[in-house]
Design a protein around this ligand. Sequence first.
Ligand SMILES: Nc1ncnc2c1ncn2[C@@H]1O[C@H](COP(=O)(O)OP(=O)(O)OP(=O)(O)O)[C@@H](O)[C@H]1O
Ligand SMILES: [Mg+2]
Length: 222
Amino acid sequence: MIELKNISKSFGTREVLKDINLSVKEGELISIMGKSGSGKTTLLNILGFFEYLTKGKYYFEGKLIKNENQMSRIRNMNMGFVFQAYNLIPRLTVYENIMLPIYYSLDRKHRKERIKGVNELIEKYGLIDIKDSFVENISGGEKQRACMARALVCDAGLIISDEPTGNLDENNKNNVLDMFKEMNKNGKTIIIVTHDKQVENIATRKYFLEEGELKEREMVAD
Ligand SMILES: Nc1ncnc2c1ncn2[C@@H]1O[C@H](COP(=O)(O)OP(=O)(O)OP(=O)(O)O)[C@@H](O)[C@H]1O
Ligand SMILES: [Mg+2]
């Protein structure tokens, strides 16, 4: 699905990511751990085309990605995002937040198809009772479930997530982890950045960022 070849990223003279190679195959659930400041969010921003790379090549489904049109199309059609900070719009309702990507990402034909699935998602993520609540008034666990529904609303194949459990208590965290597992079982490819061993444990492949270098971790049970 994705192939990063010898990617580097600098801010000014500071090289934050150094010569990174990463291949993401369909159906994988990849975790990326690393200390604060090691470049995890920067790497996700590059994967989601929110940041330009300084050096290297980005292939998506075998195609070298070079221009902005390709980038925004892939971001809109193929990717969903779940962040620690939620990035929901506080003055919109849960329902309106979940609907947003349908309006800004899809053309009219795809829109119609996807709108049909929205209620099902709302039900699945336990949001029926609060679907008309303003997001500023709901709990952290509810916010994260709304984010997951929003990430799936355009039926993206790849879910990119930065610290999805960072603000959640144990119970809500387990809930969110089960949801990621289920998404993955249903065929979604997932990339999760995390500080949390428990999150890493659901991964099918584990990476570790250290001083800008990406290393694969051996899969040992612990
Ligand atoms: N837009 C930017 N301009 C300048 N420096 C930046 C920018 N974005 C990130 N950095 C720097 O790059 C380094 C990596 O940041 P990044 O946010 O990727 O770290 P992280 O691994 O996600 O950390 P955390 O675990 O705290 O979220 C940091 O030193 C940060 O200050
Ligand atoms: Mg970060």
